[in-house]
Design a protein around this ligand. Structure first.
Ligand code: HEM
Length: 524
């Protein structure tokens, strides 16, 4: 009898600890038969039971992973293909006509579940939110990003570009190669911080601040989670040290942002009172240093339940997250490319001479509008090296493609710009760097979704005009001061799989002073 009880108890334990988890795992990783049927019409790597195509990630470092999901997959499966992350299906899209179906219109605006990695930092900010919340906030924020408003931020960009030139001078004097990411990231940090929050961090001039350190650490930790299938799993993430460190960094960032919100609110209140005292002068006219946060505080004034302090914090953190690494990356790539092709650099310099002559003045909006060739170089760089190369949507409805195939509801649609921007149908000889592809006459007839570095449709990048303004102003200022020469070949650059298109070992250049300081070109 005792033996029987013992056997039963052992059997029960075996059932609870071994059989049940296996059954649970099998059910959890079962592919949806309808999705499976539709996706069989698309090419893609062999999918194994339970693990899908995740085996492809095993033993690969971030550079190998990047090559796998760009060049190798394109070669093997073409411009649209399916993969299975365990039982969840992803359709990778690298062709304009398919991307258009996903991005245009309002049906497919929900971000994929992968965006939940941003939750602890960005909460319900524009990038990660969906539905009504996103719609309301996008409407509130859109006017703040109009070009007419953005011109008020040019003085912030110019001031910080000028500090950057001073910092780069050291490398020019010593003829030492500089990894562009180091100085550029601090400059862009200062610009985004001042224009988003109205505070000057002086990251370029001071020792590293706690805030800069925390944001940089957050970006690094998010990337670590983004590329690791293990860490993307909520359950496993819970027990990881990455989660603990992320929480610590988020806490530090939140303390800073909360303080800024409080101070800014008080400042605006005091200004309003001063203005009323001084014969009811219009506060908009009086205020010199505007910031994106002001739009949010104004919305809060009008309807506190619509815009809580947490909402403001989420949006401000989103501007930092979306605007810092992307613009840094874009500026570094364009400078490196100009350093790689001296004949193209010479054309940029000729244009700068035409617009500025030997004047040392800071660029104005109309100067920047005249820099057409530089703009084409920036655009062509974003084609070949888009700062944000991958973004995703969770399909809630079926998408019927022109070729009769369907991307079924429940699938993640992943737009892969590295492939899409290299489609020879729209960009013949796609690997060639040719700014003249963006001459107006050469754009005629090109598919409208063939070039989308800022995404497209209702969820496109709200900061794109600001980003291009920053890029043009900062890059033109650097080029007016220094001749740039790439310190290594572009073929040696190894790109990692990450949130932005960052090379593993940075982008190094040598700088030679153009003699600008003799012409008093240091911008004040
Ligand atoms: C070269 C620089 C930049 C590039 C290439 C870029 C690219 C993009 C892309 C591709 C998206 C769509 C992402 C997705 O669907 O998941 C996006 C969204 C966004 N970007 Fe940018 N971005 C840049 C700079 C900026 C800047 C400077 C800001 C703000 C200061 C900004 C703010 C945003 C926001 C808030 C969104 C979410 C928009 C929404 O969903 O409504 N970006 N960006």
């Amino acid at each position: 009898m005792e033996l029987l009880l013992l056997a039963l108890s052992f059997g029960l334990r075996a059932f609870v600890f071994f059989v049940l988890p296996i059954v649970f795992f099998v059910l959890k990783t079962r592919k949806d038969p309808r999705i499976k049927k539709e996706l069989e019409k698309f090419d893609g790597p062999v999918s194994l039971p339970l693990i899908g195509t995740s085996y492809r990630f095993i033993g690969k470092d971030s550079v190998a992973l990047f090559n796998l999901i760009t060049s190798e997959d394109l070669k093997n499966y073409g411009h649209i293909f399916r993969v299975w992350d365990l039982n969840s299906a992803r359709l990778t899209i690298g062709k304009a006509k398919y991307a258009e179906k996903i991005l245009q219109g309002t049906q497919h605006q929900t971000k994929s579940t992968n965006y939940k990695i941003f939750d602890s930092w960005l909460g319900q900010g524009l990038i990660s939110s969906s539905g009504k919340k996103w719609q309301v906030n996008r409407k509130i924020l859109a006017p703040a990003f109009h070009l007419t408003i953005l011109q008020e931020f040019l003085h912030i960009i110019n001031k910080n570009s000028s500090i950057l030139v001073g910092k780069l001078q050291e490398f020019s004097d010593s003829n030492q190669p500089v990894n562009l990411f180091d100085p550029l990231s601090l400059c862009v940090f200062d610009i985004v911080c001042e224009s988003s929050m109205g505070t000057t961090l002086n990251a370029q001039l001071q020792q590293e601040s706690i805030y800069v350190k925390a944001v940089t650490e957050l970006v690094r930790l998010l990337m670590q989670r983004f590329i690791s299938p293990m860490l993307r799993n909520d359950f496993l993430y819970k027990f990881s040290s990455v989660k603990k460190r992320t929480e610590q960094a988020v806490k530090m960032v939140d303390v800073y942002t909360n303080k800024v919100i409080k101070e800014r609110r008080n400042l605006l209140k005091n200004m309003a009172t001063d203005c009323i005292k001084e014969r009811g002068e219009n506060i908009e006219v009086k205020r010199k240093n505007k910031a994106f946060i002001d739009t949010l505080l104004k919305a809060q004034d009008e309807n506190e339940s619509l815009m809580t302090d947490k909402d403001i914090r989420d949006q401000v953190n989103t501007f930092m997250a979306a605007g810092y690494d992307t613009v840094t990356t874009a500026c570094c790539w364009v400078l490196f490319i100009l350093g790689t092709y001296p004949e193209i650099q010479n054309k940029v310099v000729d244009e700068l001479h035409q617009v500025f002559g030997s004047s040392g003045r800071a660029p104005t909006m109309s100067d920047l509008a005249e820099l057409k060739y530089l703009e084409r170089c920036i655009k062509e760089t974003l084609r070949l090296y888009p700062s944000a190369p991958f973004f995703e949507r969770q399909l809630r409805e079926d998408v019927h493609f022109h070729d009769g195939r369907t991307a079924p509801a429940g699938v993640t649609a992943s737009i892969n710009l590295f492939i899409l921007h290299r489609d020879p149908e729209n960009f013949p000889d796609p690997e060639k760097f040719d700014p003249d592809r963006f001459l107006p006459e050469n754009c005629v007839g090109r598919h409208p979704f063939s070039y989308i570095p800022f995404s497209a449709g209702p969820r496109n990048c709200i900061g794109q005009k600001f980003a291009l303004l920053e890029e043009k102003a900062a890059v033109s200022t650097i080029m007016r001061h220094f001749e740039v020469e790439a310190a290594h070949s572009i073929d040696e650059v190894k790109i990692e799989l990450a949130l932005v298109l960052k090379p593993q070992n940075g982008l190094k250049v040598r700088l030679r002073d153009r003699g600008a300081h003799h012409l008093n070109l240091r911008l004040k």
